[in-house]
Design a binder for this molecule. Structure first.
Ligand code: GDP
Length: 441
């Protein structure tokens, strides 16, 4: 666990911040003699981050004469013991000459520092926060320790000093440059998957069949689209040779799952002349539960007479039937005629970008404040639910965490409201959105 020291001139709100992070009851008084005598240390928490925190506010009540000298010594000791310094200024007064010697101590220590412009509740003191740039200690984070505002930004700033959250596999490194995009084309038998893949990679590739050593059931084909490497996943039913005899046979869920797991983006290929069926919805459920991105391909478009009418209808169906990946691209194409493949691949790469998107914590919290005031969380059987802030904990797919109190009582309809709002505000169509609730004590 990292140790943070709260440092700054008297009266900027250090103790209030300390109490906010530690919780009054947990605050310990360290009674070792010397400069650390009055210093308070405690176990701090913000969201799921746990850390050690040292407050240097203990001497503010001391008599004037020796105050600055003793505070200076105490500050130096605290900085010495800390991994990271939280340097606090008062955003309402702006920078004062008294801030300078403390800033100087921090700078000289060479320790990493987070600059906090406190007392910035309700956007008060923004100019003070801007002035703080002049300290050369980085971008100030505007907070109000007393009112509990700006904690999302504070969380984001502190979290840089913790190892990556790895409660799930972190796919981020998988996005190395030059790594081929993994795409699976999945759909009912006879939707036209083989025809489409043939068209994409070229007949010969398919005729030469799978490379040695690759099982019959899982074949990946290397392709390139506009200079970008693409690995296409081919299920057993894709190849002429292994083609299922009975075209009415159902899609195998095991095959579909294997394809979905392989893929980053899954193209669900529909025969445009046959509307959505239960099997298609099953595939989309797999895509949602596996956290993959979705694009819908409407194949055999060459057979459709009323194109604008059908497209409109199928887009509406997609919105209604697939709320979990709302806004997924619906792309008409013809594998047989070789039409619409560029549009399909454009949608695939766009959706891949969405799947990888990261939204900054300040942006999310600005949005959250509006969403909460437009529609505050309900009280559930007398329990007051309080949502404090939100941050994106992961991408691939976008995963957000909400911090607050009594969140276990939050109705499903409310989390749906938030997820739909996030999807819309940050333009995240066609991907599952995860939301974790983290209740603080
Ligand atoms: P798969 O089972 O999904 O691999 O489907 P196939 O690729 O074997 O195609 C099934 C049938 O649909 C074949 O007779 C294809 O010629 C036909 N087909 C595939 N794509 C198209 C298309 O874009 N337009 C038309 N008109 N027919 C297609």
């Amino acid at each position: 666990t990292p140790t943070f020291a709260i440092v700054g001139r008297p009266n900027v709100g250090k103790s209030t911040l300390f109490n906010r992070l530690v919780g009054r009851k947990l605050a310990l008084v360290d009674d070792r003699p010397g400069v650390t005598r009055d210093r308070r240390e405690g176990d701090g928490r913000l969201g799921h981050l746990a850390f050690r925190i040292i407050d240097t506010a203990g001497l503010e009540e001391a008599d004037e004469g020796s105050l600055l000298g003793r505070m200076r010594a105490q500050t130096e000791a605290a900085i010495q013991d800390a991994d990271v310094v939280l340097f606090v200024i008062d955003a309402r007064t702006g920078l004062l000459p008294a801030d300078r010697p403390f800033a100087e101590l921090v700078r000289r220590s060479g320790k990493p520092v987070i600059l906090l412009a406190n007392k910035a509740e309700g956007a008060a003191g923004l100019s003070g926060a801007y002035e703080a740039f002049g300290l050369g200690l980085g971008d100030p984070v505007a907070i109000s320790a007393e009112h509990g505002e700006g904690l999302g930004e504070l969380f984001a700033a502190l979290s840089q000093f913790f190892p990556e959250d790895d409660d799930e596999e972190d796919g981020d490194e998988a996005d190395a440059p030059g790594k081929p995009l993994h795409v699976a084309i999945v759909g009912r038998p006879n939707a036209g998957k083989s025809t489409l893949i043939n068209r994409m990679v070229g007949e010969e590739r398919l005729l030469t069949g799978p490379e040695a050593g690759i099982t019959r059931d899982s074949i990946s084909l290397d392709w390139e689209w506009r200079g970008r490497g693409v690995k296409l996943f081919d299920t057993a039913g894709l190849r002429k040779r292994a083609r299922v005899e009975d075209k009415l046979e159902k899609l195998s869920v095991a095959d579909a799952l294997r394809a979905v797991r392989f893929a980053e983006v899954v193209v669900v290929l529909l025969d445009a002349t046959i509307p959505f069926e239960k099997q298609d919805l099953t595939i989309v459920d797999l895509i949602e539960s596996e956290g993959r991105a979705l694009v819908i391909g409407l194949n055999k478009w060459d057979l459709v007479a009323d194109r604008p009418g059908l497209l409109k209808e199928l887009r509406e169906d997609a919105t209604r039937l697939l709320p979990q990946v709302r806004g997924a691209a619906v792309v008409p194409l013809s594998g047989l005629a070789g039409e619409g493949i560029d549009r399909l691949m454009q949608a695939v790469t766009d959706t891949y970008e969405v799947w990888n998107k990261r939204i900054s914590t300040p942006r999310i919290n600005r949005w959250l404040a509006d969403a909460l005031s437009a529609n505050p969380p309900p009280a559930v059987s007398g329990r007051r639910i309080k949502i404090r802030y939100m941050t994106q904990v992961k991408a691939r797919p976008p995963h957000f965490a909400i911090f607050g109190n009594q969140l276990d009582a939050l109705p499903k309809s409310y989390t749906r409201y938030l997820v739909n709002g996030i999807r819309e505000a940050f333009e995240l169509p066609g991907v599952p959105i995860r939301l974790s609730l983290r209740t603080s004590k």
